[in-house]
Design a protein around this ligand. Structure first.
Ligand SMILES: [Zn+2]
Length: 268
């Protein structure tokens, strides 16, 4: 059995593991994989109010997140030296995120970029604002679903990183840390998405697609620069809409009505 030094809440940690392994075959796979000999790591259950999940190694020294994590590590273990990886987790921490992009004409890429066909494609959703003396201003609506990430899944996301660490080995991991976006993308692909599918909740395409990411995407990816590609410009030319809200708001087949709102453009 590997060495696991628990700090701050063995019971919470065990409950989190039990929840995960009983709900998801992927979580059970991760847990079985980590139980093999030689996969030694620490688990730190964070105090109330310290809400994040993280996986740290000795190589993580400088990023704002790792400084925040190491502070908690130092408090709990009374040392600044990390002799093995540590999964930091809070049993109360759940977060909202947005998931699947539902419009086939629009895809949200792993980079966080959005690729979209030109606006007002028949059959798509548009947000329309009437203008005096001009035709209405119409903008495409990106439809997404929303989900809440359960605490046990946050734990298994971090354990997924622990698994990645041992798969790479310490020297390779140090190199991999030069591209944390790739580490996250692989962790979503290999671990988080299968767990979400196991229990039937939306997948988030990018690890920054939490509720803060939702706002930043709404602000950032907005105006068309050339056909087929939309890039940052103004916040007035694109809307990101939760599917649940859209269903209540969209007035199907009524585009060009003289009112502001979301409409479903008629198909051809
Ligand atoms: Zn991660």
């Amino acid at each position: 059995m590997p060495v696991v030094d628990y700090r701050g809440g063995v019971l919470d940690f065990r409950l989190g593991i039990d929840q995960g392994t009983s709900a998801s075959k992927t979580a059970a796979m991760i847990w079985d994989w980590l139980k093999q000999p030689g996969r030694d790591y620490d688990a730190l259950v964070l105090p109330n109010g310290i809400n994040f999940g993280q996986m740290l190694t000795e190589h993580d020294q400088t990023s704002a997140d790792s400084i925040k994590g190491r502070e908690q590590y130092n408090l709990a273990f009374n040392t600044t030296v990390m002799k093995r990886p540590c999964a930091l987790w809070n049993a109360q921490y759940e977060f909202e995120y947005f998931g699947d992009v539902l419009d086939e004409d629009i895809s949200m890429n792993l980079s966080g970029d959005i690729t979209v066909k030109p606006p007002n494609v028949a059959g798509g959703y548009v947000y329309q604002v009437p203008r005096k003396g001009f035709g209405p201003l119409k903008t495409r609506v990106i439809r997404v679903t929303a989900g809440k990430m359960p605490a046990w899944l946050v734990l298994f996301h971090e354990l997924g990183h622990v698994k990645q660490y041992f798969e790479a080995g310490d020297a390779q991991w140090k190199i991999r840390l030069g591209d944390t976006n790739k580490i996250e993308a692989d962790n979503l692909d290999d671990h988080e998405w299968p767990m979400c599918r196991d229990i039937g909740i939306p997948v988030r395409k990018h690890y920054k697609h939490n509720i803060f990411g939702f706002e930043s995407i709404r602000k950032t990816y907005s105006a068309p620069t050339k056909a087929g590609a939309w890039k940052a410009a103004s916040s007035k030319t694109l809307r990101v809409q939760l599917e649940a809200d859209l269903k209540a708001e969209a007035d199907r087949n009524a585009v060009d009505k003289p009112a502001t709102g979301i409409y479903h453009a008629p198909g051809i």
